[in-house]
Design a protein around this ligand. Structure first.
Ligand SMILES: *Cc1c(COP(=O)(O)O)cnc(C)c1O
Length: 449
């Protein structure tokens, strides 16, 4: 394993209670200037970040188990990404690929063809956000098939734009009062082993397929879109066989199989993409978050015949594939390869799952420990039941934050703590963060219950 070096000391140090006085000042200014609808997990304002730490404006050094929602897989200021961005920004910040194109866009597309599952001929398009990638994947699928319907799943999260709100399952906070939503989106049951009685994956897929055939008819379906491990919905890992069975049915019925790997992609789950785990080859894959070391970039990569079916000018956007973001992506991808970040993700997963499974033996409020690679979750329930306990998840996250460890919650029921550490976090710092988390769970998970 390669030796990591860092610019900032990799330590947890608290000089003030959190949030400190400077963060509180910024919070007051924010309240008067920033719309209330934008939330923040941790009310500590960032001054610097590197490796596994975030330093706030009061000089506190916190351990980062969020990576800005699975974005800074290579860290928030990897020297290779910083150098690539600096070099590009000194030459040109933007020309628009649709006006005068540039090489970095092509290089990113070449990398995506190499890294995404499958050896077929591929084409890519670059955008800015995950939601934009998802919207465009659906555009391509509808054009390529000439069909209207799109199938999404329970617990799905695909973004906050109009079409992606329709695809997203959870009403509050993502959809409530923001409708009407885009039509021709149909929701099917997901394989959720903890909550569906551990139904076999292929059987769960056949239940969804039967419903698609009965309610829609295969020949009206343009695409199935699915996150191979669901993110916001609760880090739900479908039972083995679920994804391959759906993908096989899609292939046999001329339905485009879209894997939304916006959160799972780029080494996060211990493979380059989560689909790799079961050898599933999607027709179109959507990517964003981890792709560019923190710079805004997203992409779709898919079968040449489907992508090239779109008429000239049908795909694009002013900023899509911005040259600075492309330079960052090329550097981040090189780092993921050179530092074997898929291997690091698996290593992080082994460390954390071992500790969580031990803890789960003692704490019945832990309903399930799950995840793959460095995409890990603990689902909290009322002991002896599967009844969700969102209050416990929030209390654990709050206790961790007080002690300088940033975690995220998620889940349809809000009862899941999820971990998405930067893949470059050192073992020692990771263990320290896990100790804080496990202690918080042990204390809060037994207190008064
Ligand atoms: C975050 C996310 C999106 C939306 O990405 P944005 O960049 O926030 O638009 C879409 N799909 C999945 C699976 C995500 O996790």
């Amino acid at each position: 394993m390669i030796e990591m070096s860092y610019r900032l000391p990799q330590q947890r140090v608290l000089h003030t209670a959190l949030p400190g006085p400077r963060s509180q000042e910024l919070a007051a200014r924010r309240k008067a200037a920033v719309a209330a609808g934008v939330g923040s997990t941790a009310p500590v304002y960032t001054a610097d970040a590197d490796g596994g730490v975030i330093v706030d404006v009061d000089g506190n050094s916190l351990i980062d188990l969020a990576s800005g929602i699975a974005v800074t897989n290579v860290g928030a200021s990897h020297p290779k990404v910083v150098a690539a961005v600096r070099d590009q920004v000194e030459r040109f910040t933007h020309t628009c690929f649709m006006v005068t194109p540039y090489e970095a866009y092509i290089q990113v597309a070449e990398q995506l063809a190499e890294l995404t599952p499958g050896t077929h001929e591929k084409r890519s398009v670059l955008f800015n956000s995950g939601a934009e990638a998802v919207e465009n994947a659906v555009k391509v699928a509808r054009l390529a098939t000439g069909r209207p319907a799109v199938v999404a799943f329970d617990h799905a999260y695909h973004g906050r734009t109009n079409l992606t709100m329709a695809l997203t399952a959870k009403n509050m906070p993502y959809k409530a009062h923001f409708g009407p939503f885009a039509p021709e989106v149909y929701r099917m049951p997901m394989s959720y082993p903890f909550r569906d009685g551990g139904t076999d994956g292929a059987m769960a897929a056949r239940a969804a397929i039967s419903r698609i055939e009965k309610q829609l008819g295969a020949d009206s379906v343009a695409a199935i879109i699915i996150e191979p491990i669901q993110g916001e919905g609760g880090f739900i890992v479908p039972a083995p066989g679920f994804l391959p069975t759906l993908a096989e049915w899609a292939r046999a019925n001329g339905v485009v199989f879209i894997a939304d790997e916006v959160q799972t992609g780029f080494a996060r789950t211990g493979d380059w993409f989560a689909c790799d785990h079961e050898g599933v080859v999607p027709d179109i894959i959507t990517m964003a978050k981890g792709i560019a070391g923190g710079m805004p970039l997203s992409a779709i990569t898919g079968r040449a015949e489907q992508l090239d079916a779109v008429h000239a000018g049908g795909l694009g956007g002013t900023y899509g594939g911005n040259p600075v973001a492309c330079a960052a992506a090329l550097a981040a991808i090189e780092v993921m390869k050179d530092e074997d970040l898929p291997g690091r993700a698996r290593h992080i997963g082994e460390i954390a799952l071992t500790r969580f499974r031990e803890l789960a033996q003692e704490i019945p409020a832990i309903g399930e420990v799950r995840g793959r690679g460095a995409m890990l979750a603990l689902e909290f329930v009322r002991p002896g039941t599967t009844e969700p306990d969102p209050a416990l998840a929030s209390a654990v996250a709050a206790r961790c934050l007080q002690q300088g460890v940033i975690t995220l919650t998620c889940g349809t029921y809000g009862n899941v703590i999820r971990l998405l550490p930067p893949l470059v976090i050192g073992d020692e710092l990771l263990h320290e963060a896990l100790s804080v988390l496990c202690t918080a769970i042990a204390e809060l998970g037994t207190a008064g219950r």
